[in-house]
Design a protein around this ligand. Structure first.
Ligand SMILES: Cc1ncc(COP(=O)(O)O)c(C=O)c1O
Length: 418
């Protein structure tokens, strides 16, 4: 099974969906504008926005149809666009970059550090007069160095956008992630902590950002399509709306989040403790171990050669080879394969007018490459072929399976670690 939330789909989700189907209203607004609200309309999208905003400790949330849409909506909500550069890590899912490109801004790739998230020192080094925002990604549920990154953003007058797609439920020093930046974006696809099949959410505490994000996700409309529309729409938007059925499923999943996190964290800690004494084995650093959601356990082997051989013995892959979360494996980004041969925004004004267009190449992030070549992901609750091949345990497994798989890891690793 891809993600832990998907493993828990059951009676609660079924009851929620039936409630929506019986109401007859699948569209987020229920009925057409101006008419009285039919009492049968359940308003699940409104409700899930309220619930997620409250969970995150912010005033506003906009539910959308995917995590990619959430990033695009957050960028547009914050006014990132042509002429802007956005700093993003080289270890992430391609949507972090593609959402920037479809905003007609340009991604600037930066190194990760031993947190496997953005390295604040490299972020500072990559700032230019065109930098508008930093997009931090909390990979596999481990919070990034948010204090340092927010301080850099504030010092340079930049926006901080949190890509929380893989980290619903994570906290940083007691605060839910997504609320520390100017906006946060979540994904609820099937590989994520909790799921509605597909889906996403933008959160922000800033009213103007919310109004713009709402307008972007729904054809320029004002929040909840209230008020006078004609003559009032701030800009041209799209339709990235969430549906009542997806919202119903997500509400049931959010209610299961505390139970899910407690199970994942228990299994992750046990797995960690059972292999921690292996000589030479290191673990990914977490800036706040209490805030980690526990979907993966990332280990570092002493050399890339040992990591590759151990991965092969375990039937998995080192992170540098584990599919599409590594910039080196994103040929469409490296070669700037845009929809038409013109290659905007990369070669378009205003980028060309001020010192040439952005270029990417394999090996351009040597620290990231060196870390990913020595690292392996052990699944605790997410099995994603782009992150690991599923070596580890699942959400359904308890203590005995964790002990058994940790023993398998120990036995294989002992060949190389003495
Ligand atoms: C880090 C990251 N950002 C963005 C996304 C995009 O989410 P979605 O697949 O829901 O569009 C994903 C998920 O695949 C992700 O892992």
């Amino acid at each position: 099974m891809p993600g832990p939330g998907m493993e828990l789909i059951g009676e609660e989700e079924i009851a929620e969906v039936l409630e929506v189907l019986k109401s007859g209203y699948l569209f987020r607004y229920g009925i057409s504008l101006g008419a009285e609200v039919d009492p049968r309309f359940k308003g699940k999208v409104y409700e899930v926005e309220r619930v997620w905003a409250q969970h995150s400790g912010v005033r506003y949330a906009v539910a959308v149809n995917s995590g990619t849409s959430a990033l695009l909506t957050a960028l547009s909500g914050l006014g990132v666009g042509p002429g802007d550069e956005v700093i993003v890590p080289g270890y992430t899912f391609v949507a972090s970059m593609s959402s920037i490109i479809f905003s007609r801004a340009v991604p600037v790739l930066a190194e990760i550090d031993r947190t496997f998230n953005l390295d604040p020192a490299d972020v500072e080094a990559k700032i230019t007069p065109r930098t508008k925002a930093i997009m931090v990604v909390h990979m596999t549920g481990v919070p990034a160095r948010l204090n340092e990154l927010r301080a850099i953003a504030d010092q340079h007058g930049l926006l901080l956008i949190e890509d929380c797609a893989q980290a619903a439920g994570a906290t940083y020093r007691g605060r839910p992630i997504g609320a520390i930046g100017h906006a946060g974006a979540f994904s609820f696809n099937v590989y994520k902590t909790i799921t509605s099949g597909d889906g996403g959410m933008v959160i922000t505490d800033d009213e103007e950002t919310y109004r713009r994000a709402f307008a972007f996700h729904d054809q320029g409309h004002s929040p909840l399509r209230t008020g006078v529309e004609i003559g009032q729409r701030p800009f041209i938007g799209l339709d990235l709306r969430f549906t009542e059925v997806q919202a119903a499923i997500l509400l049931a999943q959010i209610r299961k989040l505390p139970r899910l996190l407690s199970h994942l964290r228990t299994n992750q800690k046990l797995y960690h403790d059972l292999i921690a004494d292996l000589p030479g084995l290191e673990f990914r650093e977490s800036p706040d171990p209490n805030g980690d959601i526990g979907t993966m356990l990332t280990v570092l082997l002493p050399t890339a050669e040992i990591a590759r051989r151990l991965a092969a013995d375990l039937g998995t892959k080192v992170l540098s080879e584990a599919g599409w979360h590594v910039y080196n494996n994103m040929e469409h980004i490296l070669e700037q394969r845009t929809v038409t041969p013109v290659q905007c925004p990369f070669v378009c004004s205003p980028y060309t007018s001020r010192g040439g267009s952005m270029r990417y190449r394999k090996g351009m992030l040597p620290n990231t490459d060196a870390l990913l070549a020595r690292a392996l992901n052990i699944s605790i609750g997410v099995s994603d072929p782009g992150l690991s091949s599923g070596f580890g345990v699942t959400m359904r497994d308890g203590e005995s399976v964790v002990r058994e798989r940790a023993a398998t890891f120990r036995q294989a690793a002992c060949k190389y670690l003495r």
